[in-house]
Write a protein that binds this ligand. Structure first.
Ligand SMILES: [Zn+2]
Length: 66
């Protein structure tokens, strides 16, 4: 979890054990969502690729059965 300190503007990956700022020890911090939660542009392409494969495999199975 990322956070930004409102007192010293320090940005860190995670705050201390008690939730205080690592730089100044202030509890006046704002937690921000990590960059991992940004939608990845490659994820949609991967889903499209998987869907295409499922379609092709389904087509092959259908051809074998008919
Ligand atoms: Zn601070």
């Amino acid at each position: 979890m990322n956070y930004t300190c409102k007192d010293c503007s320090y940005r860190g990956k995670s705050s201390g054990q008690d939730g205080a700022c690592l730089a100044c020890g202030s509890f006046n911090i704002a937690r921000t969502r990590s960059q991992e939660e940004k939608p990845r542009p490659g994820k949609l392409r991967l889903a499209l690729l998987v869907a295409l494969w499922v379609y092709l495999i389904g087509l092959i199975i259908w051809k074998l059965n008919h």
